[in-house]
Design a protein around this ligand. Structure first.
Ligand SMILES: C[S@@+](CC[C@H](N)C(=O)[O-])C[C@H]1O[C@@H](n2cnc3c(N)ncnc32)[C@H](O)[C@@H]1O
Length: 284
């Protein structure tokens, strides 16, 4: 992993530590009302990682579409920003060698635990690596490089340039870079803030706020426990994600030397989100 000199407080997961100013709207008001009881954390940090995993870690969004593409591409797979392995495990189940690259040590710990429970034949084909997807050098090439869950939106413009450079250096000739982003043409407009209660398979209940004014170019997801005790600390997890429309992403990819071979609309997430999975290759 590349160490960056910065004056911004960073978490061990490599993300800037969130502050109350990062939480807009009603979520921000609820946070303020908790006063000193609120313990604000990043969604991929020590506490946040287990919340993310509880909410999404075993979900199936975009898995079917991604596997259908990877099946047609021979060779080892690189799963970028692998998290706790939501896509890594199904990719391994295809019988491929999978390198799972992830920045957050907490996410990698969750992935290690899932691999420990997996059959040895599957576990033996997975190499988890802690690295930054915007600047990595693994010394090998892959048939397919995957970046799912619209995670490219977590990188700023400079980070994305680093990502495109690193992906080009790690793709086999004829290899494919598969990545998803938000499809603004299919995404419905709605209120600036959505407030919903979610009960996960594990039985934990959360109050999730998503604040998104597309003009602002980013959305903020904040999670509170659905029920808070009258006293004691309250963990609040938040993440701010850039909104990178497919059109803009495709223009960036073209400038970085990638051609889009196919576009696959993904099932809607909640009321508003429509994502698209892009199959790209290095332009010959
Ligand atoms: C939305 S989650 C996706 C995780 C997994 N791919 C999935 O589908 O559930 C985004 C992941 O990106 C990781 N991440 C954020 N910035 C990163 C970076 N610069 N390099 C590598 N991983 C990063 C986070 O720690 C988190 O695990």
């Amino acid at each position: 992993m590349t160490t960056t000199l910065t004056t911004t407080p960073m978490s061990e997961a490599g993300h800037r530590l969130p502050t109350p100013a990062d939480v807009p709207g009603r979520a921000g008001e609820l946070l303020a009302s908790l006063g000193e009881r609120a313990v604000l954390c990043d969604l991929y940090d020590a506490v946040g990682a287990s919340v993310y995993h509880d909410l999404a870690g075993t979900g199936t969004h975009e898995v079917r579409e991604l596997l259908a593409l990877v099946r047609r591409i021979p060779g080892p797979v690189l799963d970028l920003a692998a998290g706790s392995g939501r896509l890594t495990l199904p990719l391994l189940a295809l019988g491929r060698e999978v390198t799972a690259l992830e920045l957050s040590p907490y996410m990698l710990e969750l992935l290690d635990r899932r691999l420990a429970d997996a059959p040895p034949a599957l576990r033996g084909r997975c190499l988890p690596v802690r690295a930054d997807m915007s600047d990595f050098a693994l010394g090998r090439r892959f048939g397919a490089i995957v970046l799912g869950t619209t995670t490219i939106s977590l990188l700023d413009a400079e980070g994305r340039q680093g990502l495109y450079r690193a992906v080009r250096e790690h793709l086999e000739p004829g290899g494919r870079f598969l990545l998803s982003t938000v499809d603004m043409t299919a995404t419905a407009s709605g209120p600036a803030e959505v407030d919903m209660e979610i009960v996960t398979d594990s039985g934990r209940a959360y109050r999730l706020f998503e604040h998104w004014t597309p003009d602002a170019g980013s959305r903020t997801v904040t999670l509170f426990p659905a029920v808070t005790a009258a006293t004691g600390p309250v963990q609040v997890c938040t993440t701010t994600i850039g909104v990178l429309p497919a059109e803009l992403l495709e223009a960036e990819l073209a400038a970085a030397g990638f051609s889009v071979r196919s576009r696959h609309p993904l099932p809607a997430v909640g009321e508003r989100h429509h994502d698209v999975l892009l199959e790209t290759e290095v332009t010959p």
